[in-house]
Design a protein around this ligand. Structure first.
Ligand SMILES: Cc1ncc(COP(=O)(O)O)c(C=O)c1O
Length: 388
């Protein structure tokens, strides 16, 4: 068996044709038909009123925080379980993170977050302040981890009352939508004040690198366009009234995105089929199982989480990872907890518990859309044989 990677892109559609068109027409930079088309198609697909294409998901989050009004010395609530990008952008704004625990779906623990806002903050002069630091809490970034939708109904109500802006990080959850609750039928990334997507190489669809900001608010959308194109007030005379950024997506990358987006419905089906197959088969091996996805949403099943009970299985996470590696299967632990990372180990945390167990017992296993049936059966067999 050839080495089986964790997650690689599949580029089998019209991507090359569209990219060649950019090259042939010499529309290669950060404007052009495909940038407009990609934005229109993402807006249409997600149901967002406005979609603005940017260079990557991190840039999307950075600009979303600025536009939402996050100022130096503010605080922003974030989950400790996530890729580090949504934490770093808080510091890009010279604000501080407050770290929250995770729920069973690896998402921010919404109940504890609500408890934190109710008990540990006060509302005065139209803003929410942290009782401990006296700093203003201006935003929260719920991250829809591995494609699992965060349940936001109650949090949105509270944040509206408390003037805390919600920036959804939907980098991993394009294609995920709610099937229950107040936001039934809506896509992740379209509930909060602003939502962010990533089209990095490991995401469900990719532009090589790319991102998108979603919003229903026209003022925010205009500001995003302005700031991501160097804040040009007069493009001919080079007049700039604010500090802008060179954050727009190129036509070439957008062309790839349009080609990939055409494949998304097919990819979603494959991801779900493979998830269900893994789930059924893996549960026959004692000590390992695939994590559940939320019952209130239709997930995009972007990444699969294998949960290991080391005592029952006979190998812990790291032992299993080495064993899989020796059998030519790539697996990976989930992210090192962000409140323990060197730049962030002095910031406030709130009742962190579940996050530790989740990290300790989870491995991501091969999830590419081009994972063959034979490869998947091989992974299942290796996992079964690995039990002591
Ligand atoms: C949850 C999350 N947020 C943000 C990002 C950043 O996106 P990008 O790599 O496009 O900057 C990623 C992935 O890369 C991610 O997984």
């Amino acid at each position: 068996m050839e080495f089986i990677p964790l997650s690689v892109p599949s580029i089998q559609g019209n991507e090359k044709k569209y990219i060649n068109e950019c090259l042939d027409t010499e529309w290669v930079s950060s404007a052009g038909k495909y940038v407009d088309l990609f934005e229109e198609k993402i807006a249409e697909y997600t149901g967002a009123k406005y979609a603005i294409a940017v260079v990557n998901g991190t840039a999307a989050l950075h600009i979303a925080l600025i536009v939402a009004g996050v100022k130096p010395d503010d605080e922003v609530i974030v989950p400790t379980i996530t890729f580090i990008s949504p934490i770093n952008v808080v510091k890009y704004c010279n604000a501080d993170p407050i770290f929250m625990d995770a729920d069973d779906y690896y998402n921010i623990d919404v109940e504890k977050t609500i408890e934190f806002i109710r008990e540990a903050t006060i509302f005065k002069n139209g803003f929410t302040y942290n009782k401990k630091t006296n700093k203003r809490i201006s935003a929260i970034i719920p991250v829809h981890i591995f494609g699992n939708a965060c349940y936001l109904d109650d949090l949105i109500d509270l944040c509206k009352k408390r003037n805390i802006k919600i920036i959804e990080d939907a980098s991993e959850s394009l294609g995920t939508s709610y099937t229950d609750g107040k936001y039934k039928g809506k896509h992740t990334g379209t509930l909060g004040d602003l939502g962010c997507l990533s089209f990095n190489g490991n995401k469900i669809i990719t532009c090589g690198g790319g991102g998108m900001i979603l919003t229903d608010n026209q003022k925010y959308a205009n500001k995003v366009r302005y700031l991501t194109t160097q804040a040009k007030d007069d493009p001919v005379k080079y007049i700039h009234h604010e500090i802008g950024y060179n954050y727009r997506l190129t036509n070439i990358q957008a062309a790839m995105g349009v080609g990939q987006l055409e494949k998304l419905p097919e990819y979603l089906k494959i991801k779900k089929t493979n998830y269900l197959k893994y789930k059924q088969a893996i549960k026959l091996t004692r000590g390992v199982k695939l994590s559940d996805t939320p019952e209130y949403a239709e997930s995009n099943y972007w990444m699969y989480c294998l949960q290991i009970d080391a005592k029952v299985y006979g190998k812990d996470r790291d032992e299993l990872m080495s064993y899989l590696e020796s059998e030519k299967i790539q697996s990976r632990p989930i992210w090192f907890l962000n409140h323990l990372q060197k730049p962030y180990n002095n910031y406030q945390t709130y009742k962190l518990e579940r996050c530790y167990q989740l990290v300790e017992r989870t491995l991501n296993i091969p999830a590419s859309v081009n994972l063959s049936q034979e490869q998947q059966e091989y992974v299942i067999g290796v996992l079964k044989n690995g039990q002591k």
